[in-house]
Design a protein around this ligand. Structure first.
Ligand SMILES: [Zn+2]
Length: 298
């Protein structure tokens, strides 16, 4: 989750849709956001047309995590995470911990999070954030599921806390990585995965990532839209204030591939396979099947 106050509408020009040459996994899609309520099936249809076949729906608090689970039950190719975002850490208590523990037992929930530290905006105090994060590190260790982590301007503290837990947790991805080289290497040293969004396309704040993306081993990299937030700024049209959605993931892949010197297909395939393995998704699960709200067979 990036900027909870950004305005959105649901208009997406057809010219901006293009199909990835290989299947893609969007590991961070906030599809429970209210801006998707009206045209959810159309959003899934466009994702499928763009060859985005796996979607990890981010659960940032109890209500949204429960909705994410519902979506994952309803639509093939969708999976959920369940956690409490650092913005909401002030609400952490033992009842919430129990509710999260229950969610983490569900097969639809493939990661603990979104959780972590955000010292950029401090919507919850740093002390509240550390308390909620520490507890969720414990839940990840308990459940044996990987972590979906948020970190902004908190690299040093994130590092210390993760290092203390590293042997007890299976895997973790720093979603929407935006930090510097030193922080990147500290994460890679801990065997963590890195999630990349359209941040790299933002000339105002993301261009330092151009030199860094080539340093991330392909098998540790995953891609995400963080939709509806972070509309990529490399789109060939001005879409100021408009909603990001999973079908725009190929634009992000194109930008990352360019700065790495890879081709789109190689990057798509590698990040897709990494994501399927990281989230331990069953082989042979079908791709997104929008407009068919039937129960999945389990
Ligand atoms: Zn986030």
């Amino acid at each position: 989750m990036a900027d909870p106050t950004a305005p959105f509408d649901d208009f997406l020009p057809e010219a901006l849709q293009f199909r990835s040459p290989a299947p893609l996994a969007d590991i961070g899609a906030n599809l429970t956001h209210a801006s998707f309520d009206r045209d959810f099936d159309a959003v899934l249809g466009r994702a499928r047309a763009a060859n985005v076949t796996t979607l990890i729906v981010t659960g940032t608090d109890l209500a949204h995590a429960e909705q994410a689970v519902e979506l994952a039950r309803r639509v093939t190719g969708l999976y959920a995470t369940a956690g409490v975002h650092p913005h909401d850490a002030s609400g952490w208590d033992s009842a919430l911990a129990s509710a999260m523990r229950e969610l983490h037992r569900l097969p639809e929930v493939v990661a603990v999070g979104e959780c972590g530290l955000d010292f950029n905006r401090n919507f919850s105090t740093p002390a509240e954030q550390e308390r909620a994060f520490e507890a969720q590190l414990g839940l990840a260790a308990e459940s044996g599921k990987p972590l979906f982590l948020h970190e902004r301007d908190a690299g040093r503290r994130m590092n210390e806390m993760l290092r203390a837990w590293r042997d007890d947790i299976v895997d973790a991805v720093i979603h929407c990585f935006t930090a510097d080289r030193e922080t990147l290497f500290s994460y890679l040293d801990m065997d963590l995965h890195i999630g990349l969004t359209g941040w790299i396309c933002d000339e105002r704040r993301g261009h330092h990532l151009r030199e860094l993306v080539g340093e991330i081993p392909l098998e540790r990299m995953m891609v995400e839209t963080d939709s509806p937030y972070l509309l990529p700024r490399n789109l060939p049209a001005k879409l100021k204030g408009r909603r990001n959605e999973p079908s725009l993931l190929p634009w992000i892949v194109r930008e990352i591939a360019h700065w790495r010197g890879d081709d789109d297909a190689t990057l798509a395939r590698a990040t897709h396979d990494t994501a399927r393995a990281f989230f331990r998704l069953p082989a042979g699960d079908g791709a997104i099947n929008p407009g068919h709200a039937q129960q999945k067979e389990s």
